[in-house]
Design a protein around this ligand. Structure first.
Ligand SMILES: CC(C)(COP(=O)(O)OP(=O)(O)OC[C@H]1O[C@@H](n2cnc3c(N)ncnc32)[C@H](O)[C@@H]1OP(=O)(O)O)[C@@H](O)C(=O)NCCC(=O)NCCS
Length: 145
C-alpha cells in the first residue's frame, strides 16, 4: 500500500471513493461541486489537497484537506475535511495510515496544527481518532448562507 498525491488519471477511482463517502453521509452533492473539488485537488495553487492510498493499482482510501492561515499561529493549519476508506479495505490500518501520513507531511512542511471533526455517534471513526488525540469540548455552530 502506498499513500501519495493524486494525479489527473486518478479521477474515476477518486470519484468512486467520493461517491461512497457522500453515500455514507447520505449526501447528494451537485456534480458541479464534485467537479470543482477535484479541480481544486489537482490545482497546486488551491489550499485544498488530497492524499490517496493505493493498493494493487486501486485507490482504497483518501483524505481531502484544506490548509489555512490562523490568528493564533503564523504557520499554516490543516483541516482534515474528508476521510474515507473503501468498505472492503477497512480494519486493515488504512485509516490510521492516512492520518499518520498527514502528521508526517505536516511535520515536514511546518504546519502548526492538524484538526478534524466527526459526528459524536461515529464510534468507528472516533475509536481511530482517539489513538491520535483527545476530543475537546468545543461545539460547532453553522449557518448556511
Ligand atoms: C473511519 C474509517 C476511516 C476507519 O478506516 P479503517 O481503515 O477501517 O481504520 P483502521 O483499519 O486504520 O482502524 C483503526 C482503528 O479504527 C477502529 N476500527 C476500524 N475498523 C473497525 C471496526 N470494523 N469496528 C470497530 N472499530 C474499528 C479500531 O480502533 C482500529 O484500531 P485497532 O485495530 O488498533 O483497534 C472507515 O471506517 C471509514 O471510511 N468510515 C466511513 C467514513 C467515515 O466515517 N469517515 C470519517 C468521518 S469524519
Amino acid at each position: 500500500m502506498t499513500i501519495r498525491d493524486p494525479a489527473a488519471a486518478d479521477e474515476a477511482d477518486w470519484r468512486r471513493l467520493w461517491v461512497g463517502y457522500l453515500a455514507f453521509y447520505g449526501e447528494d452533492l451537485a456534480e458541479a461541486v464534485t467537479a470543482a473539488t477535484w479541480r481544486r485537488i489537482l490545482d497546486p495553487a488551491s489550499p485544498v489537497f488530497a492524499r490517496v492510498a493505493e493498493r494493487e493499482k486501486r485507490l482504497v482510501g483518501m483524505t481531502v484537506n484544506v490548509l489555512h492561515e490562523g490568528t493564533w499561529t503564523v504557520a499554516p493549519i490543516c483541516y482534515l475535511e474528508d476521510l474515507f476508506v473503501a468498505p472492503d479495505a477497512r480494519g486493515t490500518g488504512l485509516g490510521r495510515a492516512l492520518i499518520a501520513d498527514l502528521i508526517a507531511l505536516g511535520k515536514e512542511q511546518g504546519w502548526s496544527r492538524l484538526y478534524w471533526h466527526t459526528e459524536t455517534g461515529n464510534a468507528q471513526a472516533r475509536r481511530l481518532y482517539e489513538r491520535f488525540a483527545t476530543a475537546d469540548d468545543f461545539c460547532r455552530y453553522r449557518l448556511v448562507l
